[in-house]
Design a protein around this ligand. Structure first.
Ligand code: NAP
Length: 348
Protein backbone atom coordinates (compact mmCIF):
# COMPACT_ATOMS: atom_id res chain seq x y z
CA UNK A 1 0.00 0.00 0.00
CA UNK A 2 0.93 3.66 -0.25
CA UNK A 3 2.52 4.97 2.97
CA UNK A 4 4.99 7.49 4.34
CA UNK A 5 7.73 5.88 6.42
CA UNK A 6 10.05 7.66 8.85
CA UNK A 7 13.34 5.76 8.51
CA UNK A 8 15.49 7.91 10.81
CA UNK A 9 15.05 11.05 12.88
CA UNK A 10 15.73 14.37 11.17
CA UNK A 11 14.20 17.34 9.43
CA UNK A 12 11.22 16.19 7.28
CA UNK A 13 11.35 19.42 5.27
CA UNK A 14 14.60 18.28 3.58
CA UNK A 15 13.61 17.39 -0.03
CA UNK A 16 12.50 13.76 -0.16
CA UNK A 17 14.76 13.23 -3.18
CA UNK A 18 17.80 13.81 -0.94
CA UNK A 19 19.54 10.93 0.92
CA UNK A 20 19.43 12.99 4.10
CA UNK A 21 15.61 13.10 4.16
CA UNK A 22 14.33 11.10 7.17
CA UNK A 23 11.09 10.20 5.35
CA UNK A 24 10.24 8.20 2.24
CA UNK A 25 6.99 7.60 0.40
CA UNK A 26 6.55 3.93 -0.43
CA UNK A 27 4.03 2.80 -2.98
CA UNK A 28 3.89 -0.93 -3.43
CA UNK A 29 5.96 -2.72 -0.85
CA UNK A 30 4.37 -1.76 2.43
CA UNK A 31 2.00 -4.52 3.58
CA UNK A 32 -1.69 -3.69 4.07
CA UNK A 33 -2.39 -4.02 7.83
CA UNK A 34 -4.43 -7.15 8.67
CA UNK A 35 -7.68 -7.19 10.63
CA UNK A 36 -6.18 -8.02 14.03
CA UNK A 37 -9.22 -8.94 16.17
CA UNK A 38 -12.95 -9.65 15.80
CA UNK A 39 -13.75 -6.01 16.64
CA UNK A 40 -11.18 -4.50 14.25
CA UNK A 41 -12.11 -2.31 11.32
CA UNK A 42 -9.87 -1.56 8.32
CA UNK A 43 -10.31 1.95 6.98
CA UNK A 44 -9.23 3.14 3.53
CA UNK A 45 -7.89 6.58 4.39
CA UNK A 46 -9.10 9.46 2.25
CA UNK A 47 -7.33 12.31 4.06
CA UNK A 48 -5.06 12.82 7.03
CA UNK A 49 -3.99 16.03 8.68
CA UNK A 50 -0.56 17.26 9.65
CA UNK A 51 -0.14 18.43 13.19
CA UNK A 52 2.84 20.25 14.67
CA UNK A 53 3.41 17.13 16.82
CA UNK A 54 3.98 14.99 13.68
CA UNK A 55 6.75 17.38 12.69
CA UNK A 56 8.30 17.33 16.19
CA UNK A 57 8.09 13.52 16.31
CA UNK A 58 10.15 13.08 13.12
CA UNK A 59 12.66 15.60 14.45
CA UNK A 60 12.88 13.43 17.60
CA UNK A 61 11.66 16.32 19.77
CA UNK A 62 8.22 15.02 20.76
CA UNK A 63 7.38 13.45 24.12
CA UNK A 64 6.38 10.16 22.43
CA UNK A 65 9.32 8.53 20.64
CA UNK A 66 8.27 5.42 18.67
CA UNK A 67 10.89 2.87 17.56
CA UNK A 68 12.15 3.28 13.97
CA UNK A 69 10.96 2.80 11.31
CA UNK A 70 7.40 4.05 11.81
CA UNK A 71 4.50 5.46 9.81
CA UNK A 72 3.70 8.89 11.27
CA UNK A 73 0.30 10.53 11.35
CA UNK A 74 -2.56 10.84 13.80
CA UNK A 75 -5.97 12.08 12.65
CA UNK A 76 -7.70 10.84 9.54
CA UNK A 77 -10.96 10.16 7.77
CA UNK A 78 -11.95 7.55 5.24
CA UNK A 79 -14.28 4.74 4.32
CA UNK A 80 -14.67 1.36 6.06
CA UNK A 81 -13.05 -1.24 3.76
CA UNK A 82 -13.50 -4.41 5.85
CA UNK A 83 -14.69 -5.41 9.32
CA UNK A 84 -13.93 -8.19 11.83
CA UNK A 85 -16.57 -10.83 12.58
CA UNK A 86 -17.68 -9.17 15.86
CA UNK A 87 -18.02 -5.58 14.60
CA UNK A 88 -21.51 -4.27 15.34
CA UNK A 89 -21.38 -0.48 14.90
CA UNK A 90 -19.88 -0.17 11.40
CA UNK A 91 -20.30 -1.71 7.96
CA UNK A 92 -18.30 -1.62 4.75
CA UNK A 93 -18.76 1.76 3.03
CA UNK A 94 -19.40 3.82 6.19
CA UNK A 95 -17.69 7.20 6.31
CA UNK A 96 -15.59 7.43 9.47
CA UNK A 97 -12.90 9.45 11.20
CA UNK A 98 -10.61 8.97 14.15
CA UNK A 99 -7.07 9.47 15.43
CA UNK A 100 -4.24 7.12 16.30
CA UNK A 101 -0.90 7.45 18.06
CA UNK A 102 0.79 6.65 14.72
CA UNK A 103 0.08 5.31 11.26
CA UNK A 104 -2.39 7.59 9.46
CA UNK A 105 0.02 8.65 6.68
CA UNK A 106 -0.95 5.50 4.81
CA UNK A 107 -3.59 4.11 2.51
CA UNK A 108 -5.04 1.81 5.20
CA UNK A 109 -5.24 1.73 8.98
CA UNK A 110 -6.72 -0.90 11.30
CA UNK A 111 -8.54 0.30 14.39
CA UNK A 112 -10.85 -1.14 17.04
CA UNK A 113 -14.47 -0.15 16.44
CA UNK A 114 -14.65 1.54 19.86
CA UNK A 115 -12.09 4.10 18.67
CA UNK A 116 -13.94 5.00 15.46
CA UNK A 117 -16.48 7.77 14.81
CA UNK A 118 -19.19 7.85 12.17
CA UNK A 119 -19.00 11.03 10.09
CA UNK A 120 -22.57 12.40 10.12
CA UNK A 121 -24.56 13.02 6.93
CA UNK A 122 -23.80 16.43 5.52
CA UNK A 123 -20.32 16.53 7.06
CA UNK A 124 -17.43 16.96 4.66
CA UNK A 125 -15.19 13.86 4.83
CA UNK A 126 -11.97 15.83 4.31
CA UNK A 127 -12.92 18.32 7.04
CA UNK A 128 -13.55 15.39 9.39
CA UNK A 129 -9.90 14.33 8.97
CA UNK A 130 -8.75 17.64 10.42
CA UNK A 131 -11.13 17.63 13.36
CA UNK A 132 -9.89 15.19 16.02
CA UNK A 133 -6.51 16.56 17.18
CA UNK A 134 -6.88 20.30 16.61
CA UNK A 135 -10.55 20.82 17.44
CA UNK A 136 -10.51 18.01 20.00
CA UNK A 137 -7.67 19.68 21.91
CA UNK A 138 -9.37 23.08 21.91
CA UNK A 139 -12.76 21.64 22.87
CA UNK A 140 -11.42 19.66 25.84
CA UNK A 141 -9.31 22.67 26.89
CA UNK A 142 -11.97 25.38 26.62
CA UNK A 143 -15.18 23.49 27.39
CA UNK A 144 -14.08 20.73 29.75
CA UNK A 145 -11.10 22.28 31.54
CA UNK A 146 -11.58 26.07 31.54
CA UNK A 147 -15.39 25.84 31.34
CA UNK A 148 -15.51 28.94 29.16
CA UNK A 149 -18.71 30.96 29.71
CA UNK A 150 -20.60 33.41 27.47
CA UNK A 151 -19.23 36.94 27.87
CA UNK A 152 -15.82 35.82 29.19
CA UNK A 153 -12.73 37.14 27.43
CA UNK A 154 -10.65 34.48 25.63
CA UNK A 155 -7.15 35.31 24.36
CA UNK A 156 -5.84 32.87 21.71
CA UNK A 157 -2.14 32.86 20.79
CA UNK A 158 -0.98 31.31 17.48
CA UNK A 159 -4.60 31.95 16.49
CA UNK A 160 -4.19 31.28 12.75
CA UNK A 161 -2.54 27.88 13.28
CA UNK A 162 -4.24 24.48 13.43
CA UNK A 163 -5.23 24.47 17.10
CA UNK A 164 -5.49 28.28 17.20
CA UNK A 165 -8.26 28.58 14.60
CA UNK A 166 -10.19 25.80 16.31
CA UNK A 167 -9.92 27.62 19.67
CA UNK A 168 -11.15 30.84 18.06
CA UNK A 169 -14.20 29.09 16.58
CA UNK A 170 -15.03 27.08 19.71
CA UNK A 171 -14.65 30.30 21.72
CA UNK A 172 -17.25 31.98 19.50
CA UNK A 173 -19.61 28.98 19.75
CA UNK A 174 -19.33 29.29 23.58
CA UNK A 175 -20.27 32.99 23.35
CA UNK A 176 -16.88 34.33 24.51
CA UNK A 177 -15.29 37.63 23.49
CA UNK A 178 -12.36 36.37 21.41
CA UNK A 179 -9.04 38.17 21.01
CA UNK A 180 -6.73 36.53 18.46
CA UNK A 181 -2.96 36.99 18.16
CA UNK A 182 -1.10 36.05 14.94
CA UNK A 183 1.79 37.26 12.85
CA UNK A 184 1.24 39.09 9.56
CA UNK A 185 -1.55 40.92 7.82
CA UNK A 186 -2.87 37.92 5.88
CA UNK A 187 -3.46 35.95 9.10
CA UNK A 188 -4.98 38.95 10.88
CA UNK A 189 -7.38 39.66 8.00
CA UNK A 190 -8.37 35.99 7.92
CA UNK A 191 -9.08 35.98 11.68
CA UNK A 192 -11.21 39.10 11.29
CA UNK A 193 -13.20 37.29 8.60
CA UNK A 194 -13.94 34.57 11.19
CA UNK A 195 -15.65 37.19 13.36
CA UNK A 196 -13.10 37.53 16.19
CA UNK A 197 -13.76 40.53 18.41
CA UNK A 198 -10.18 41.77 18.09
CA UNK A 199 -7.17 40.55 16.09
CA UNK A 200 -3.61 41.66 16.87
CA UNK A 201 -0.62 41.46 14.53
CA UNK A 202 2.44 40.22 16.43
CA UNK A 203 4.68 41.97 13.94
CA UNK A 204 3.20 45.42 14.58
CA UNK A 205 3.81 47.47 17.73
CA UNK A 206 3.17 46.54 21.32
CA UNK A 207 0.51 43.84 21.44
CA UNK A 208 -0.08 44.22 25.19
CA UNK A 209 -0.91 47.93 24.82
CA UNK A 210 -3.06 47.16 21.80
CA UNK A 211 -5.10 44.52 23.70
CA UNK A 212 -5.36 46.79 26.76
CA UNK A 213 -6.80 49.57 24.57
CA UNK A 214 -9.34 47.17 23.10
CA UNK A 215 -10.38 45.94 26.57
CA UNK A 216 -10.75 49.53 27.78
CA UNK A 217 -12.85 50.45 24.76
CA UNK A 218 -15.24 47.62 25.66
CA UNK A 219 -15.21 48.32 29.43
CA UNK A 220 -13.58 44.94 30.08
CA UNK A 221 -11.13 44.39 32.94
CA UNK A 222 -8.89 41.76 31.37
CA UNK A 223 -8.58 38.25 29.97
CA UNK A 224 -10.40 35.34 31.66
CA UNK A 225 -8.93 32.46 29.64
CA UNK A 226 -5.52 32.33 27.94
CA UNK A 227 -5.17 29.61 25.25
CA UNK A 228 -1.46 29.16 24.62
CA UNK A 229 0.02 26.84 21.95
CA UNK A 230 3.07 29.12 21.43
CA UNK A 231 4.92 29.64 24.76
CA UNK A 232 8.13 31.63 25.18
CA UNK A 233 8.23 35.38 25.75
CA UNK A 234 4.73 35.87 24.40
CA UNK A 235 3.22 33.89 27.28
CA UNK A 236 5.15 35.95 29.82
CA UNK A 237 3.96 39.20 28.23
CA UNK A 238 0.34 38.02 28.16
CA UNK A 239 0.37 37.46 31.95
CA UNK A 240 -0.01 41.25 32.17
CA UNK A 241 -3.48 40.96 30.65
CA UNK A 242 -4.96 38.27 32.89
CA UNK A 243 -7.82 38.87 35.31
CA UNK A 244 -8.05 37.66 38.89
CA UNK A 245 -9.17 34.02 38.72
CA UNK A 246 -8.04 33.53 35.10
CA UNK A 247 -7.51 30.09 33.55
CA UNK A 248 -4.25 29.51 31.68
CA UNK A 249 -4.34 26.65 29.16
CA UNK A 250 -0.87 25.35 28.37
CA UNK A 251 -1.31 23.71 24.95
CA UNK A 252 2.14 23.72 23.33
CA UNK A 253 5.42 25.42 22.64
CA UNK A 254 5.47 26.21 18.91
CA UNK A 255 8.02 28.96 19.66
CA UNK A 256 10.40 26.25 20.91
CA UNK A 257 10.56 27.87 24.36
CA UNK A 258 8.81 26.56 27.47
CA UNK A 259 7.43 29.58 29.37
CA UNK A 260 7.84 30.18 33.11
CA UNK A 261 4.64 31.05 34.99
CA UNK A 262 5.57 32.63 38.33
CA UNK A 263 3.84 30.68 41.11
CA UNK A 264 3.77 33.73 43.40
CA UNK A 265 1.73 35.72 40.87
CA UNK A 266 -0.53 32.71 40.21
CA UNK A 267 -1.15 32.60 43.98
CA UNK A 268 -1.91 36.30 44.42
CA UNK A 269 -4.15 36.38 41.32
CA UNK A 270 -5.88 33.05 41.99
CA UNK A 271 -4.98 31.77 38.52
CA UNK A 272 -5.55 28.15 37.50
CA UNK A 273 -2.84 26.73 35.26
CA UNK A 274 -3.98 23.74 33.18
CA UNK A 275 -1.38 21.52 31.54
CA UNK A 276 -3.30 19.83 28.76
CA UNK A 277 -2.15 16.76 26.86
CA UNK A 278 -5.18 15.83 24.78
CA UNK A 279 -3.93 12.43 23.59
CA UNK A 280 -3.50 11.19 27.16
CA UNK A 281 -7.26 11.47 27.76
CA UNK A 282 -7.62 8.36 25.62
CA UNK A 283 -5.81 6.42 28.35
CA UNK A 284 -7.13 8.21 31.45
CA UNK A 285 -10.62 9.52 30.60
CA UNK A 286 -11.65 8.09 27.21
CA UNK A 287 -15.33 9.02 27.71
CA UNK A 288 -14.35 12.74 27.78
CA UNK A 289 -12.60 12.39 24.40
CA UNK A 290 -15.49 10.44 22.90
CA UNK A 291 -18.16 12.91 24.11
CA UNK A 292 -16.03 15.82 22.96
CA UNK A 293 -15.50 14.45 19.42
CA UNK A 294 -19.16 13.55 19.07
CA UNK A 295 -20.16 17.08 20.02
CA UNK A 296 -17.61 18.51 17.54
CA UNK A 297 -18.90 16.31 14.69
CA UNK A 298 -22.43 17.46 15.45
CA UNK A 299 -21.29 21.12 15.48
CA UNK A 300 -19.51 20.53 12.16
CA UNK A 301 -22.61 19.00 10.57
CA UNK A 302 -24.72 21.95 11.80
CA UNK A 303 -22.27 24.42 10.24
CA UNK A 304 -21.19 25.88 13.61
CA UNK A 305 -17.56 25.10 12.78
CA UNK A 306 -15.58 25.36 9.55
CA UNK A 307 -12.35 23.49 8.96
CA UNK A 308 -10.01 25.83 7.09
CA UNK A 309 -7.65 23.93 4.83
CA UNK A 310 -4.59 25.95 4.07
CA UNK A 311 -2.49 23.52 2.02
CA UNK A 312 -3.07 20.04 0.66
CA UNK A 313 -0.46 17.58 -0.65
CA UNK A 314 -0.01 13.95 -1.65
CA UNK A 315 2.17 11.57 0.40
CA UNK A 316 5.05 11.98 -2.04
CA UNK A 317 4.99 15.74 -1.32
CA UNK A 318 5.12 15.32 2.46
CA UNK A 319 8.35 17.39 2.66
CA UNK A 320 6.39 20.39 1.31
CA UNK A 321 3.58 19.73 3.76
CA UNK A 322 6.00 19.77 6.70
CA UNK A 323 7.63 22.94 5.33
CA UNK A 324 4.26 24.74 5.35
CA UNK A 325 4.09 24.03 9.10
CA UNK A 326 7.74 24.80 9.84
CA UNK A 327 7.73 28.07 7.87
CA UNK A 328 4.52 29.30 9.59
CA UNK A 329 2.81 29.56 6.19
CA UNK A 330 -0.30 27.62 7.19
CA UNK A 331 -3.54 29.42 7.94
CA UNK A 332 -5.56 26.55 9.37
CA UNK A 333 -4.79 22.95 8.55
CA UNK A 334 -2.23 21.29 6.28
CA UNK A 335 -3.62 18.08 4.80
CA UNK A 336 -2.38 15.00 2.99
CA UNK A 337 -4.91 13.57 0.55
CA UNK A 338 -4.75 9.93 -0.50
CA UNK A 339 -6.08 8.11 -3.52
CA UNK A 340 -5.38 10.92 -5.99
CA UNK A 341 -2.76 13.63 -5.64
CA UNK A 342 -3.64 17.16 -4.57
CA UNK A 343 -0.90 19.74 -4.63
CA UNK A 344 -0.11 23.14 -3.25
CA UNK A 345 -2.31 25.69 -1.60
CA UNK A 346 -5.84 24.49 -1.77
CA UNK A 347 -9.33 24.57 -0.43
CA UNK A 348 -9.60 20.84 -1.30
N1 NAP B 1 -1.40 19.70 24.22
C1 NAP B 1 -1.92 18.99 23.25
O1 NAP B 1 -2.56 17.97 23.44
C2 NAP B 1 -1.69 19.50 21.85
C3 NAP B 1 -2.53 19.14 20.78
C4 NAP B 1 -2.30 19.71 19.52
C5 NAP B 1 -1.24 20.59 19.34
N2 NAP B 1 -0.42 20.88 20.39
C6 NAP B 1 0.71 21.81 20.25
O2 NAP B 1 0.24 23.09 19.89
C7 NAP B 1 1.24 23.76 19.13
C8 NAP B 1 0.62 24.26 17.83
O3 NAP B 1 0.21 23.15 17.04
P1 NAP B 1 -0.51 23.37 15.63
O4 NAP B 1 -0.74 22.02 15.07
O5 NAP B 1 -1.60 24.35 15.77
O6 NAP B 1 0.69 24.06 14.81
P2 NAP B 1 0.59 25.15 13.63
O7 NAP B 1 -0.63 24.93 12.82
O8 NAP B 1 1.93 25.11 12.97
O9 NAP B 1 0.41 26.54 14.41
C9 NAP B 1 1.40 27.02 15.29
C10 NAP B 1 1.32 28.52 15.34
O10 NAP B 1 2.29 28.95 16.29
C11 NAP B 1 2.85 30.18 15.88
N3 NAP B 1 4.32 30.19 16.11
C12 NAP B 1 4.96 31.03 16.91
N4 NAP B 1 6.26 30.79 16.90
C13 NAP B 1 6.47 29.78 16.04
C14 NAP B 1 7.64 29.10 15.59
N5 NAP B 1 8.85 29.41 16.04
N6 NAP B 1 7.47 28.11 14.68
C15 NAP B 1 6.24 27.78 14.24
N7 NAP B 1 5.09 28.38 14.64
C16 NAP B 1 5.22 29.39 15.53
C17 NAP B 1 2.51 30.37 14.41
O11 NAP B 1 1.71 31.53 14.37
P3 NAP B 1 2.25 32.95 13.86
O12 NAP B 1 3.15 32.71 12.69
O13 NAP B 1 0.98 33.65 13.51
O14 NAP B 1 2.94 33.53 15.05
C18 NAP B 1 1.67 29.17 14.02
O15 NAP B 1 0.48 29.55 13.33
C19 NAP B 1 2.38 22.75 18.94
O16 NAP B 1 3.37 22.99 19.91
C20 NAP B 1 1.70 21.42 19.17
O17 NAP B 1 2.61 20.41 19.60
C21 NAP B 1 -0.64 20.36 21.62
Amino acid sequence: MEALVCMKLGDPTVPMTSDSSPIAAVTKFHPVPAISSSTSVRVRIRATSLNFANYLQILGRYQEKPPLPFIPGSDYSGVVESVGSGVSRFKVGDKVCSFAALGSFAEFIVVDEKDLFLVPEGCDLIAAAALPVAFGTSHVALVHRAQLKPGQVLLVLGAAGGVGISAVQIGKVCGAIVIAVARGDEKVQFLKSLGVDYAVDLGKGNIIESVKNFLKSRNLKGVDVLYDPVGGKLTKECMKLLNWGANILIIGFASGEVPVIPANIALVKNWTVHGLYWGSYKLHQPHILRNSLEELLSWLSKGLLTVHISHSYSLSQADLAFAAIKDRKAIGKVMIALGGSTAGRSKL
